[in-house]
Design a protein around this ligand. Structure first.
Ligand SMILES: Nc1ncnc2c1ncn2[C@@H]1O[C@H](COP(=O)(O)OP(=O)(O)OP(=O)(O)O)[C@@H](O)[C@H]1O
Ligand SMILES: [Mg+2]
Length: 267
């Protein structure tokens, strides 16, 4: 469980967070949505301990992490993985070396030990046949899988994704959305996904939190986004609502077909 209570943060004169409170239930997939510049990545950085808030409280699994030392953060971070949109692989290293990069090349753990852990993980993710390939030999979807494997090597309990589908084509977006769901099914991780992609929100979110004006609004399940009459939510979903409205009008226009007026019930 991640709990944020009344978090305030400014960069110089710019007040970015104005009393943000939100909760992420264990093993849930919580989407953090909001306009560009609303502070989504900032919240992820606070959760990883890369930034300190001016005031407020963050607890992770009941532990207050607000005032930890850097050394204590290293321990907390070992239970967390962060996936960026641009989680690029090292082109000149094999898949296996990429996944074992941090434990071996950064932490200097012996390769024999790291390799065994990497191979176990690659097997779990059906990537073992690619272990000795170079990233350039893999499809885009496979590369994403390998990038995720790299985040999973420490067996994190929490995965934070910052715009994992931004800039990808529809096929890749689908692959990444499925990966996010698969990570939860397989590893019971708690996930926070920052995205503005409605498709991603609808496919993966159990729970949506919308950031507006430095405050967080708890939306609940994604369907609430389109039925809420809160002005901030309406503003955020305006384009989607218009699209839906157009679609409805077009359908009504086709041979007098009115999807809502045929006396059919979906239960
Ligand atoms: N290190 C920093 N120093 C100064 N200002 C910062 C810093 N980091 C973020 N900001 C500012 O804080 C605000 C929130 O930034 P943040 O990156 O969290 O937004 P975001 O919601 O992730 O946006 P996007 O959707 O574009 O990624 C922005 O106005 C940004 O310019
Ligand atoms: Mg961001």
């Amino acid at each position: 469980m991640i709990r944020i209570e009344d978090l305030w943060l400014s960069f110089g004169a710019q007040q970015v967070l104005r009393g943000v409170s939100l909760e992420v239930a264990p093993k849930s997939i919580t989407v953090l949505a909001g306009e560009s510049g609303s502070g989504k990545s900032t919240i992820l950085r606070l959760l990883m301990g890369f930034l300190r808030a001016d005031s407020g409280l963050i607890t992770i699994d009941g532990r207050n992490v607000t005032d930890l030392t850097e050394r204590q953060w290293v321990e907390i971070r070992s239970q967390m993985g962060m996936v960026f949109q641009s989680s690029a692989l090292f082109d000149s290293l094999t898949v296996c070396q990429n996944v074992g990069f941090y434990p071996h090349f950064v932490e200097r753990k012996p390769w024999s030990k790291v390799r065994a852990e990497v191979m176990e993980l690659l097997e779990e993710l059906d990537l073992e046949m690619h272990a000795n390939k170079m990233p350039g030999e893999l499809s885009g979807g496979m590369q994403r899988r390998v990038a995720l494997a790299r985040s999973l090597i420490y067996r994190p309990k929490i995965l934070l994704y910052d715009e994992p589908t931004t800039g990808l084509d529809p096929t890749m977006i689908q692959i990444v959305n499925e990966l996010i769901l698969e990570m939860r099914e397989k590893y019971d991780v708690t996930s926070v996904v920052v995205t503005h992609d409605m498709e991603c929100i609808y496919q993966v979110a159990d729970h949506v939190v919308l950031l507006v004006g430095g405050e967080a609004t708890t939306i609940g399940p994604p369907r609430n986004l389109l039925i809420s009459d809160e002005p901030a939510v309406i503003e955020f979903t305006r384009a989607w609502r218009e699209q839906l409205q157009n679609l409805k009008q077009q359908l009504t226009g086709v041979a007098g077909l009115d999807p809502g007026a045929r006396g059919e019930s979906n239960g």
